[in-house]
Every structure is written in structure tokens, then in C-alpha cells.
Design a protein around this ligand. Sequence first.
Ligand SMILES: [Zn+2]
Length: 84
Amino acid sequence: MTEKRNPFATMTRCGAKTRGGKPCQRIGNKRNGRCKLHGGRAGAPSGQRNGAWRHGGRAKEAKAQRKAIRALLREATQLLRRDK
Ligand SMILES: [Zn+2]
């Protein structure tokens, strides 16, 4: 006998408080857990899918890279000053 499973049982549920005071319980999305009625459709896509994308200079990766380089430079400068 095959076991019947509810495919919706494991999906994220929207926990927004309804006017009745209870959690919404509609199926939420993966990004923020909210359903389409409670903020699940809000927000623009990130990265290259965003319409304001131009060159990627302010992308998460580029910012992280600059931060790492600044830290490395700071460290090198301190090291050079200490050895004088
Ligand atoms: Zn909801």
C-alpha cells in the first residue's frame, strides 16, 4: 500500500496575524515566509535580476571584496609602522 502524503504539509506557513487574531496559515514563500497577501510579493529581485543593475560595483560580492582589501591594507600599514 502506498502512503499518501500531503505535499503542502512541509511547506512554509505564513505567520502574519490576521484580523481575527490568529496566524494566517496560508502557504508562505521561501524568501520571507509570508504569503502573497502579507508581504510575500514585496521587494525587488537582488543582483543582476534587479532592474537597477548597471555594473555590479555595489553588488554584495564587490562590497565584500573591497572590505577585505581595506582590512588587508590596514593590517599591512600597521605592520609596517610597527617595524620602523
Ligand atoms: Zn499570510
